[in-house]
Design a protein around this ligand. Structure first.
Ligand SMILES: NC(=O)c1ccc[n+]([C@@H]2O[C@H](COP(=O)([O-])OP(=O)(O)OC[C@H]3O[C@@H](n4cnc5c(N)ncnc54)[C@H](OP(=O)(O)O)[C@@H]3O)[C@@H](O)[C@H]2O)c1
Length: 275
């Protein structure tokens, strides 16, 4: 049993655990890039609420892994394309942990087809998960964060939103859309804090940023044929795919209280593929 000195806040942050005492909801947080983000934020001291849609087993495995490492982790089922589910998941996380400091909108899908063969269902499905989901989740999270006067929202976009890609009109449109959504929520968050007289209270502030990964080795790329991946690698100055951890470290940086003067930006993690 660990005995702590009276009055010592064991959840207080320290350079080794800068996110101690914070609660982070990571959508799609049990797989691929999302799992790396959950692990990284947990290692930095945050309590994790990991969202998932279909893969409950993977979510429970991640929770068990994090708990075994001494972190707190809850799992929350929900379809981010449903406004109802998003509001419920935010309410669940708040109910369970009492606060929400960090929202990472990471859940995403692809349904790739050339425009001439892309049906309206293919278009709507990708837009609803990759773009509307971020709006549905950010709205109740933002309300809570504005009330508390601080918070972090990090939206996982993509290099495809910056440069486009054959067969990915729906995905590129959704990921580009995240840039405008990110900048707008960043401005509205700052405006709301200003109205409440909390812009320069020395706190962590309320920031909203996007991260735009390049090609990262996860199951999302499993459908891409090896020869296509080889061609892609040749376009990357580092000649390799990125790792989920490469993205997670930028997310962790943005979530740090000390990153309070960084908002409305797009952070590329792409091995130099777009510059
Ligand atoms: N991999 C890349 O090269 C790359 C590059 C740039 C950007 N990104 C972006 O990074 C994010 C993560 O990608 P990844 O490669 O880690 O993908 P992934 O391995 O396919 O994982 C996707 C995650 O999203 C969740 N998810 C999918 N649809 C959902 C929905 N409707 N509601 C709730 N959760 C849902 C999945 O949950 P379940 O397992 O429970 O279904 C899973 O955890 C995505 O936004 C993606 O667009 C990826």
């Amino acid at each position: 049993m660990t005995v702590h000195a009276p009055g010592l806040d064991v959840r207080a942050s320290s350079p080794a655990r800068p996110l101690a005492g914070k609660v982070a909801l990571v959508t799609g947080g049990a797989r691929g890039i999302g799992a790396a983000i959950s692990r990284r934020l947990a290692a930095d001291g945050a309590t994790i609420a990991a969202g998932y849609r279909r893969d409950r087993e993977r979510a429970l495995e991640l929770a068990a892994e994090l708990e075994a490492g001494g972190s707190v982790c809850s799992v929350h089922q929900g379809h981010v394309g449903s406004a109802y589910d998003c509001e419920r998941v935010i309410a669940e996380a708040l109910d369970r942990h009492g606060r929400l400091d960090i929202l990472v909108n990471n859940a995403g899908i692809t349904v790739d087809k050339p425009v001439l063969r892309m049906g309206s269902d293919d278009w709507n499905e990708v837009l609803s998960v990759n773009l509307s989901g971020t709006f549905y989740l950010s709205k109740p999270a933002l309300e809570h964060m504005i009330d508390r006067g601080s918070g972090r929202i990090v939206n996982i976009s993509s290099i495809i939103g910056q440069i486009g890609n054959i067969g990915q009109a729906n995905y590129a449109a959704a990921k580009s859309g995240l840039f405008g959504l990110t900048m707008t929520i960043a401005r509205e968050a700052a405006h709301a804090l200003g109205k409440a007289g909390r812009l320069d209270d020395g706190g962590p502030g309320l920031t909203v940023n996007a991260v735009a990964p390049g090609f990262i080795a996860t199951e999302m790329l499993a459908a891409v044929p090896e020869r296509v991946l080889d061609r892609i690698k040749q376009q990357i100055p580092f000649k390799r795919l990125g790792r989920p951890e490469d993205v997670a470290r930028v997310v962790a940086f943005l979530c740090d209280d000390a990153s309070s003067y960084v908002t409305g930006q797009v952070w590329a993690v792409n091995g130099g593929m777009e510059m």
